[in-house]
Write a protein that binds this ligand. Structure first.
Ligand code: COA
Length: 330
């Protein structure tokens, strides 16, 4: 599999920490010092996930120099779909990729990495030649805006990566690891509510609906600083890669302190750890492709660069992949 293009799209409205402090009892200083976040984007009703994800998809197609008709597969990683039956087909229609099969994949903040690895398997098997892997979330729909422990962390965004079959014997997915631990699911949930309605006699039918995000911040923090270095170390060992050979650490953007802790474990200097948390907060499945798109377009990530990536979050789920960027410069 070769990584050959990327693109992203963000909602227009920017909400700063100071703006948020008008809604909940918090401060710019508290949020910045604990998380590194200064602002986030929040989608309006006129910016549904389908729209942002389609804009990101079109930008990635243009960057790769492809037509929508070239696509065989569209994989949408999201936990906040416009339609629980699947949002990827709406994107397929919006961009005119009539020949592509399109479906959603849910693994919260690990979603993009899991989807990229999944697309890599379809390509490796020969079933698919060209695919778009999209990470898009609008967790602003699902946070409790009166809960200062969670609402300050999340933001909305969408980004996509174009991948295709590589020359025989080569790949930009040089290795990967994926893990889940459902026994710790309660640490971070966006769960179905238990409201029911009488149906027939004693039979109660459950009503659809989800409760806002519930999170044990300290447990999630401990999980991340323990498991992410561990799985990255396994990945580097498995692929025989010296950390000094990495050009970039491309981690899920959840908290600057988590990025710093992982970087320290691998003695990576701060300037090689990609971070845009300050501008966008945690955009869940979108963070990794959003960060990649920014760093490719501003010229930090160059053709041939080696990136160690890790996604982690609800599930609990986590994973790591060693990637090479083969797309155009800038
Ligand atoms: N503004 C001001 N005060 C806040 C606050 C906010 N936004 N959120 C929490 N506080 C308060 C708490 O109420 C608590 O006050 P108390 O001691 O009077 O009860 C105090 O700050 C400390 O809270 P605590 O939860 O111990 O803070 P923390 O240092 O653990 O930082 C997180 C909280 C959420 C920033 C941190 O736990 C974290 O980043 N966890 C990982 C979350 C994450 O990344 N989730 C997504 C993973 S994909």
């Amino acid at each position: 599999m070769a990584l050959v293009g990327c693109g992203s799209a963000l909602p227009a409205a920017r909400v700063s920490n100071t703006d948020l402090s008008q809604r909940v009892d918090t401060s710019d200083d508290w949020i910045r010092s604990r998380t590194g976040i200064a602002a986030r984007r929040v989608a309006s009703a006129a910016e549904p996930l389908t729209l942002l994800a389609s804009q990101a998809a079109e930008a990635a197609l243009a960057h790769a120099g492809w037509e929508a008709a070239d696509l065989d597969l569209i994989l949408l990683a999201t936990s906040s779909p416009d339609d629980l039956f699947g949002t990827a087909p709406r994107i397929q229609a919006a961009i005119g990729a009539s020949g592509a099969v399109a479906f959603d994949l849910t693994a919260a903040c690990s979603g993009f990495l899991f989807a990229l690895i999944t697309a890599g398997q379809y390509i490796a098997s020969g079933a698919v030649r060209r695919a778009l892997v999209i990470g898009a979330d609008q967790l602003s729909r699902w946070v409790d805006w009166d809960d200062r422990r969670t609402c300050v962390l999340f933001g909305d965004g969408a980004a996509a990566v174009a991948v295709e079959a590589a020359a025989p014997g080569t790949t930009d997915l040089l290795g990967f690891r994926m893990r889940s631990d459902g026994s710790r699911n309660a640490c971070l949930t966006l769960a179905q509510t238990t409201e029911t309605e009488p149906l027939l006699g004693d039979l109660e039918a459950q009503k659809g609906g989800f409760a806002p995000i519930q999170m044990n911040g300290q447990e999630v923090y401990k999980f991340a600083v323990r498991e992410v270095p561990q799985i990255l170390a396994e990945l580097l060992e498995h692929t025989g890669t010296d950390p000094g050979a990495l050009d970039w650490l491309l981690l899920h953007q959840a908290n600057q302190r988590i990025l710093d802790a992982v970087a320290e474990r691998f003695s990576m200097p701060g300037e090689r750890v990609l971070s845009n948390l300050a501008h966008y907060g945690n955009t869940s499945a979108a963070t990794i492709p959003l960060m990649l798109d920014e760093a490719v377009k501003d010229g930090r990530v160059q053709p041939g660069h080696l990136l160690a990536s890790s996604g982690f979050g609800a599930g609990l789920s986590w994973g790591a992949a060693l990637l090479r960027w083969s797309g155009p410069q800038g």
